[in-house]
Design a protein around this ligand. Structure first.
Ligand SMILES: NC(=O)C1=CN([C@@H]2O[C@H](COP(=O)(O)OP(=O)(O)OC[C@H]3O[C@@H](n4cnc5c(N)ncnc54)[C@H](O)[C@@H]3O)[C@@H](O)[C@H]2O)C=CC1
Ligand SMILES: N[C@@H](CC=O)C(=O)O
Ligand code: NA
Length: 429
């Protein structure tokens, strides 16, 4: 074993960074044996130097992250600050000064992944980011490496722990949205600004990363259709239960138009209680990968939290250190397929539509005619009346999103339709 240690600079020492430092210290001997050389924490960049950080030598603490990545003797920079800047500049500077990078920063990778990969390649260094998608679950490495010989057609799953925690609490205990979000934040699951979680930006960033790797195509955050979960109500859960379903925030990346393009989307959806995703509780994540030769694979485990996320970071750290010792680099960006990314209109799925209508003869026929005129076939209709008004719940067969949007626009114009109470996609059947 080499005795000269590999030097690691840690950028950020919050929920994830503090766990990375802890595991590096407590597992130092095992890590050294697995890598073939000791790994040494050579510096820790923080924003608040006065904070007591148990187990970290105060002499390692600095507020000057730029100087740390420019030192020239750093082998690996671990970026767990989050956000776009200064993380982006620090990562690029790290490559320019000879370090490889391990990052958990999905927001940055979804926005600037191509440029970061190019910078890593130009400098002959590694960029690894297993922690960026689905926390502890090995998913990036299986897609980049284990499935590199197969053709992936679809990636579908729950990739945000915070929103799954909130939806699970709302469904199983009747907890309020804010109360559940506060708990998820206290447990270290939420982003620094939890809007990223609840409005679906975090899951959309993960969908962009997954779609890019799965389809060998550049997919950016802006290419991903996104709806958050803030408008999911107790009434939606009640409707879902009547259909034998629950509601999850799903990320779905799939080939479209006979495989000539790809789509990526994040939105709440009803899924049958019998589907394995329905039983994903708390901050757990689960992702199905469907490919030509392998069939369906399921990846499941803790999707958020300091220690699970640090597990993925440490796995990358070991891989990157091994690469450095052997003078190799791991797989870079693979975007050769360069498929176009289609808009939401091309997505084909089922819909659950709840309408407030006048409770009088002929309304059902009028509504059914609008669906038929737009080529959207109805599976079931349920009506509940109260005081001259009624609620009509229509579940469709598979239809394109474009056809559904046209249908809803036409429904809104009917005098007998007082309002469209909710529209939710139905997946997993
Ligand atoms: N918490 C989780 O469950 C997961 C987090 N991630 C990602 O890991 C990254 C870190 O997340 P957390 O640890 O949860 O966030 P956090 O907010 O707990 O930690 C980030 C730390 O970076 C520090 N920081 C900010 N700017 C800095 C600068 N210029 N120099 C030095 N330190 C600076 C902050 O003071 C904070 O302590 C983010 O990219 C996040 O999206 C990924 C997977 C799971
Ligand atoms: N805020 C994220 C953290 C992990 O990526 C989540 O809740 O999933
Ligand atoms: Na992961």
């Amino acid at each position: 074993m080499r005795t000269r240690p590999l030097k690691v600079a840690l950028l950020g020492c919050g929920v994830v960074g503090s766990e990375v430092a802890r595991i590096m210290t407590t597992h130092a001997d095992d890590l050294a044996a697995r890598i073939g050389a000791p790994v040494e924490l050579a510096g820790v960049a923080v924003r608040r130097p006065s904070k007591v950080r148990e187990g970290i030598d105060p002499a390692l603490i600095t507020t000057d992250a730029t100087a740390l990545v420019k030192r020239g003797d750093i082998d690996v920079v671990v970026e767990v600050i989050g956000g776009i800047e200064p993380a982006r500049t620090l990562i690029t500077t790290a490559f320019e000064h000879g370090a490889s990078v391990v990052s958990a920063n999905k927001a940055l990778l979804a926005q600037d992944g191509a440029a970061l990969h190019a910078a890593a390649e130009a400098n002959g260094r590694d960029l690894y980011y297993e922690a960026a998608v689905a926390g502890a679950i090995p998913l990036i490495r299986p897609l980049r490496e284990s499935l590199a010989g197969d053709k992936v057609n679809r990636v579908l799953g729950i990739v945000n722990g915070t929103t799954n925690f909130i939806l699970d609490k709302m469904d199983s205990t009747g907890a309020g949205y804010q109360e559940a979000l506060d708990e998820a934040t206290a447990l270290g699951y939420a982003e620094a600004d939890p809007t990223a979680d609840v409005e679906g930006f975090d899951a959309a960033a993960k969908a962009a990363i997954l779609a890019g790797i799965a389809f060998h195509t550049r997919v950016r955050l802006d290419d991903v259709y996104r709806e958050g979960m803030t408008e999911v109500t107790a009434a939606d859960f009640a409707s879902a239960r009547e259909m034998g379903c629950t509601i999850k925030l799903l990320a779905i990346c799939e080939r479209a138009g006979d495989g000539a393009s790809v789509t990526a989307r994040v939105h709440p959806a009803m899924i049958p209680l019998s589907h394995p995703l329905a039983s994903v509780r708390g901050a757990y994540n689960a992702v199905f990968v469907e490919s030509d030769a392998s069939g369906q694979l399921m990846f499941y485990g803790p999707g958020a939290g300091g220690s699970p996320t640090a597990s993925a970071v440490l796995g990358d750290l070991v891989a990157v250190c091994r690469n450095r010792l052997s003078g190799a680099t791991g797989p870079g960006e693979s975007a050769y397929a360069a498929l176009p990314v289609s808009g939401m209109g091309e997505v084909v799925t089922r819909y659950h539509i709840s309408l407030d209508v006048a409770d009088k003869p002929g309304v059902l026929a009028q509504v059914a005619t609008v669906f038929a005129e737009h080529g959207v076939s109805i599976d079931t209709v349920r009506q509940q009346g109260k005081d001259g008004e009624a609620s009509l719940v229509v579940v469709t067969h598979r239809a394109s999103d474009a056809a559904l949007v046209g249908t809803v626009e036409a429904l809104r114009k009917l005098d007998t339709v007082r309002g469209v109470a909710s529209i939710m996609r139905v997946e997993g059947e």
